[in-house]
Ligand binder design. Structure first.
Ligand code: MD6
Ligand code: FE
Length: 214
């Protein structure tokens, strides 16, 4: 059985570069302890919370941020904000190991990259993320580096139209995705999280997305 999902060849690069997505299985494992310590430190300062969509729905994933700005949503819309609206304070600083990991992963995909924000998503069993585009950043030529920790999940990777049928990509603890280029604006999401127990992280999945928002 192949260890890489069928979208990808043995190098983890998508076929013919068409997806604009690079899959780096286990790439974050050497950073595991620094990432988990960073998440705990950030969440202690800026608590994870279930934000409200502009349509008035509570998100099932809890979120917080670190960096110069943070991604937020409420009745007023989706945006990046220098202040945490819950605390009216700046977000905690982006830990240096996060920046280092993002730069190393992006380099594997051919990008020079320095993120200015890390959005942290926490999923409990049953939580999901519906299909969306990431388009609140100023410069779509910068990639996004995405890190999965804890329970595994099925990532849904669609096309440039919401109606394009998504590919299903299983992601586990330590996996990294780098996106950029042609499919930077592709629709994507996460299927409802199955129940389970991860030996170091517990009954939860974290996703870190490092971005250049400014
Ligand atoms: C998640 N990720 O994996 C949700 N967005 O929990 C995202 O929405 C995402 O992984 C942009 C770039 C990479 C991602
Ligand atoms: Fe996204």
């Amino acid at each position: 059985m192949s260890l890489t999902p069928d979208l990808f060849d043995a190098t983890g690069a998508d076929r013919a570069g068409k997806l604009g997505l690079t899959y780096l299985p286990g790439f974050a494992l050497p950073f595991e302890q620094e990432l988990l310590a960073g998440i705990n430190r950030i969440a202690a300062a800026a608590p994870l919370r279930h934000m409200l969509t502009p349509g008035g729905q509570r998100m099932s994933a809890a979120m917080t941020n670190s960096g110069e700005v943070g991604w937020v949503t409420d009745r007023k819309g989706y945006r990046y904000d220098r202040l945490d609206p819950e605390r009216l304070q700046p977000w905690p600083p982006l830990p240096e190991p996060f920046v280092r990991l993002a730069a190393l992963a992006a380099r594997e995909a051919g990008f020079t990259f320095r993120p200015d924000v890390c959005l942290i998503n926490r999923y409990e069993p049953g939580a999901r993320m519906s299909l969306h585009q990431d388009r609140d950043e100023r410069d779509f030529s910068a990639p996004i580096v995405s890190v999965s920790l804890g329970l595994g999940a099925t990532f849904l990777f669609g096309g440039l139209k919401r109606s394009d049928r998504p590919h299903r990509l299983p992601l586990v603890h330590g996996d990294v995705l780098v996106w950029g280029g042609a499919n930077r604006l592709a629709y994507h999401g996460v299927a409802p999280l199955a129940d389970g127990q991860h030996p170091t992280v517990g009954r939860v999945r974290f996703n870190l997305t490092m971005r250049k928002a400014l």
